[in-house]
Structure formats: structure tokens, C-alpha cells
Design a protein around this ligand. Structure first.
Ligand code: GDP
Ligand code: NAG
Length: 325
């Protein structure tokens, strides 16, 4: 009796170990160790509507040639983009008026939209010139992370901000992010990340949300904290500022192109000991979010586990010196 029990137990443990080893082996076999940083040929150009010609984008590996690049990932955003971009342009133009040497650009990345996002954005290229507004139209939908990455790779700024097209954040809050950046960016290689944060609004949103959504929210926060990112309360806010050096390193190594890309990026920032700041910003819930709650929460949970596992097992490799392509 005793013998058979211990035998059963041993068999069970062996079986578990076997399954674990097979899973890890499979993960190694099916996982690409480095992210695919390739682009289609057409994604290396932007269109100048005034001259009606295609122009080649510069590279993130070139030296910086202006102060600030705003990268706006946009997927089917013809409705929401105009308000966001107008608000941004107003703010940036105002700033340029008070300081002539301040130079900026906005890069709208159309993530393979089915609507007229590109045409909508090109109107601003025409009005403000392609030195200020450029449109990168992706051949296929990649997901927000993939869209931001390709925007980063053609940016000229010393600082890079990515901002959602829905205008949920108040654009002028960028100055809060820059102020924090000034405080934490002390290293000689100039690497730092500042995240806009909605953590201070959590109490209000709990009042408005169903119990179930609140539960999902806390579950997600716990998983992020437990598995991947300990320093930041709100990893998902679509308003983040990076130095050029940090952007090259992080976006060349980021493996996730869909929702969990923020977590991947911050996980890597922690790995490289890049200082991370978090600043409370104003936020408005905007109609038309494309998230399907339960399904995307499940997917994000799965992504978080996989991110941690793949980096831990070194199935995903990290390249500390991304070379110029
Ligand atoms: N849903 C979705 N958004 C994308 C995609 N690629 C880029 N985006 C942009 O990512 C930003 C956030 O999207 P949204 O659906 O508003 O997400 P939420 O604000 O987190 O609810 C917007 O600027 C989108 O246009 C994509 O493949 N799917
Ligand atoms: C004006 O902008 C330039 C470039 O961003 C900056 O170096 C300079 O400090 C600014 N001057 C003032 C007075 O803010």
C-alpha cells in the first residue's frame, strides 16, 4: 500500500517534469530569438502632398536633428485623429512661437487602416509641411507596438513621445513628462523613459465600472507587477516619453507588437537599468476604444506569462548593441 502510493507520486512527478521539459523545448524550437525588425520597401518613404513626391525617411541611427518627435499610432482613426492632431499642433506651434529654435515633428503611423486615416493625416502634411507632419503608411496591420516601433525607427527627435490617436490624454501634459525627464535623465548615455500615468484616477473609475471590470483591472495589475514590471503603476497609458538613445535600444529589442508591448518595453528598460519615471496626467475616457474586454484581458494575461518565461529561459534574446541597419 505504502509502496504503491510513493510509486504513484513518483510517476506523477516524473510526468510533470516531462511535460515541463517538453514545453520548454518546444518554446525554444518555435520561438524566434530576436524580433524581426524588417520593413517593406514602401514603408521607408513618406509622401509630400504639395510636391506630389515620395521622400525617403531618415533613420533613428542617424544623429538627432530636432528637439521632439511625436509618434501617433493610428488604426482606423479618421474620426478621432483630427481632434488629437489639432490639439497637438496648437500646443507645439505655440511653443515654437515663444522659442524660435524649438523644432518638432509629428509622425502619424497608419497601421494598415481600412478607412481614410492616411488621407486624413496627409491634409496636415499639406497644411504644415512635411518637415512638421509626416505620414508612415504600413502595408499591413501590425498592432500598436509594431506601429510605434516603425515610427520610432524614422524619427529625428532628441526626445520621442508616443501618443494615442484618440486624444484621451491632454497634450499639454507633455511638459510634465519633460520636466520629469530632466530630473531622472542623469546618465551620460542619456537613457530614460517617462510614462504618463492614470493610476491617480483609479478610484474614480472604480466607481463607474462594474465589479467584474474592476476585478479584471486588479488582476491585470497584479500579474504585471508579479511577472514583469515592478516600478510602474500604470504600464498601459498611451503617453510615454523616451530619449532617443533609450528608444533605439528598447524598440530594437522589443518582441511584442500587440497590446502587451508597453510591458515588454518597460521590462527591457528595467533589464538595462534605464531610469523610469511616472507622472500623473489628465485623461478622458474616449468613445470608440477597440478593446474587447474579457477576450483581450485573457490575451494580455497569456502574453505577460509568456514574456516573463521567454526572457527568463532566454528563448527571447536581448541585444545590448543594436547595430545601425
Ligand atoms: N485597436 C488597435 N489600435 C491600434 C492598432 N494599431 C495602432 N493602434 C492605435 O493604438 C491606440 C490605442 O487604441 P485604442 O483602441 O484607443 O485603445 P485604448 O485607448 O487602450 O482603449 C490608438 O491610437 C490606435 O489607433 C491596432 O492594430 N489595433
Ligand atoms: C529654446 O529651444 C531650444 C531648443 O529646444 C533650447 O535649447 C533652449 O533652451 C530654449 N530656450 C528657452 C529660453 O527656453
Amino acid at each position: 500500500m505504502e509502496l504503491s502510493l510513493s510509486f504513484l507520486l513518483t510517476t506523477f512527478i516524473c510526468l510533470l517534469l516531462f511535460i515541463l521539459i517538453v514545453t520548454i523545448a518546444l518554446m525554444y524550437i518555435v520561438t524566434e530569438p530576436y524580433p524581426n525588425l524588417g520593413r517593406y520597401e514602401s514603408e521607408k518613404y513618406y509622401f509630400n502632398p504639395s510636391k506630389k513626391e515620395k521622400m525617403k525617411f531618415p533613420s533613428i541611427h542617424d544623429p538627432q536633428s530636432m528637439d521632439l518627435s511625436i509618434i501617433v499610432p493610428a488604426y482606423n482613426e479618421e474620426e478621432r485623429l483630427p481632434k488629437m492632431i489639432t490639439e497637438a499642433l496648437e500646443h507645439l506651434e505655440e511653443r515654437q512661437k515663444s522659442n524660435r529654435s524649438f523644432q518638432y515633428e509629428i509622425i502619424v503611423v497608419d497601421d494598415g487602416s481600412k478607412d481614410k486615416t492616411t488621407q486624413t493625416a496627409l491634409k496636415y502634411s499639406e497644411k504644415y509641411g512635411t518637415d512638421k507632419v509626416r505620414v508612415l503608411t504600413l502595408e499591413k496591420n501590425r498592432g500598436k507596438g509594431g506601429a510605434v516601433r516603425l515610427g520610432v525607427f524614422v524619427a529625428r527627435g532628441k526626445l520621442l513621445l508616443f501618443a494615442d490617436a484618440d486624444g484621451a490624454s491632454q497634450f499639454s501634459d507633455i511638459e510634465k513628462l519633460e520636466a520629469e525627464m530632466g530630473k531622472i535623465n542623469k546618465s551620460p548615455d542619456g537613457m530614460a523613459v517617462v510614462c504618463g500615468s492614470r493610476a491617480h484616477l483609479e478610484h474614480d473609475s472604480i466607481a463607474k465600472r462594474s465589479l467584474f471590470r474592476t476585478f479584471l483591472m486588479y488582476g491585470f495589475h497584479f500579474l504585471v507587477w508579479f511577472l514583469c514590471v515592478k516600478e510602474i503603476k500604470d504600464t498601459q497609458c498611451g503617453f510615454k516619453l523616451l530619449t532617443r538613445e533609450a528608444a533605439v535600444l528598447l524598440f530594437s529589442n522589443m518582441h511584442v507588437e500587440r497590446w502587451a508591448f508597453d510591458v515588454d518595453m518597460l521590462y527591457l528598460a528595467q533589464y538595462f537599468d534605464i531610469p523610469i519615471g511616472e507622472v500623473a496626467i489628465n485623461w478622458q475616457e474616449i468613445e470608440g476604444s477597440k478593446m474587447i474586454p474579457v477576450w483581450s484581458w485573457l490575451q494580455m494575461g497569456k502574453d505577460l506569462v509568456l514574456i516573463r518565461l521567454r526572457y527568463m529561459l532566454k528563448a527571447w534574446k536581448i541585444n545590448p548593441k543594436p547595430k545601425s541597419s
